[in-house]
Design a protein around this ligand. Structure first.
Ligand code: URA
Length: 261
């Protein structure tokens, strides 16, 4: 029975995860096979938590957008992703398919991911709003505020190492005090614990959260210069992740040292 659970969960990992994660699991299997069982259990728990958020979104009436949407667009991707992308709001295509970035901006996002050797299945993709604003108008402050708790539940569950905010709306949600997207883009920003005032959920990591704002792929689609800037900025993402990982490790070590004193 245990072996059966283990094998079915490993297959699920293979479907959901990147080559890198699969390789890590294989290494884990060779070195400490018993840990693989716990890893698969953890994945199941994470998926269940994400489904619970989806159920909350499906019955949400906190703003009027539930009346005009065709489908909710909760989020999608690897439940154990290190990178989480946050876009603006579903457009017409997303409203139809119920998935984030399934239209032309999504095709460009796929190209951007590919340019740094990643696929959609490696990352987690969400939006500030889970329902489409009519006629693709900008999200209203009260809609963003009503929807924020779902996004923060998702961030806390995914526990990403780095949050990539795509465009003005998601960037100003988390970095409202630092300036516009043009100034902030392609640089790392650290927010310590306590950035989630609306939920009692824990923050994504003891070390706090790291943000890396970028232009929105839709804005760059028809603007050659911005498109190249976004490609260039995306190329800086792997180095930013490496830096974040080193900082998280240092924070953890410092904490252990402090506790020993
Ligand atoms: N633009 C967004 O911000 N999100 C989507 O899901 C699609 C387009």
């Amino acid at each position: 029975m245990v072996l059966f659970c283990l094998l079915t969960n490993v297959n699920m990992y293979a479907k959901l995860s990147s080559r890198i994660v699969r390789f890590d699991l294989f290494t884990l299997y060779l070195r400490q096979p018993e840990l693989l069982f716990f890893a698969s259990m953890d994945l199941e728990k994470t998926k269940e938590q994400l489904i619970n958020v989806e159920k909350e979104i499906a019955s949400c009436q906190l703003c009027p957008l539930y009346k005009t949407r065709r489908n909710i667009v909760p989020a999608e991707g690897n439940p154990h992703a290190e990178i989480m992308f946050i876009g603006e709001a579903p457009g017409a295509r997303e409203d139809e398919c119920g998935r984030p970035f399934c239209g032309p901006a999504g095709k460009f996002l796929d190209q951007l991911l590919d340019s740094i050797g990643l696929q959609r299945a490696d990352v987690y993709i969400a939006n500030t709003l889970k329902c489409r604003p009519p006629a693709n108008r900008d999200p209203l402050p009260e809609e963003k505020s009503a929807c924020r708790k779902y996004l923060e539940e998702q961030i806390a569950i995914i526990n990403p190492k780095i949050v990539v905010t795509l465009g003005r709306h998601s960037t100003e949600t988390y970095l409202p005090d630092l300036g516009g997207i043009t100034k902030l883009r392609a640089k790392l920003y650290h927010r310590a614990n306590g950035i989630f005032p609306r939920t009692s959920l824990p923050t994504a990591d003891d070390a706090g959260l790291y943000f890396f704002p970028l232009y929105h792929p839709a804005a760059a689609l028809h603007n050659g210069a911005m498109r190249q800037t976004l490609l260039d900025d995306f190329a800086k993402l792997p180095a930013a992740i490496a830096k974040v990982k080193a900082e998280i490790e240092k924070t953890k070590k410092d904490k252990i040292k402090q506790e020993k004193l």
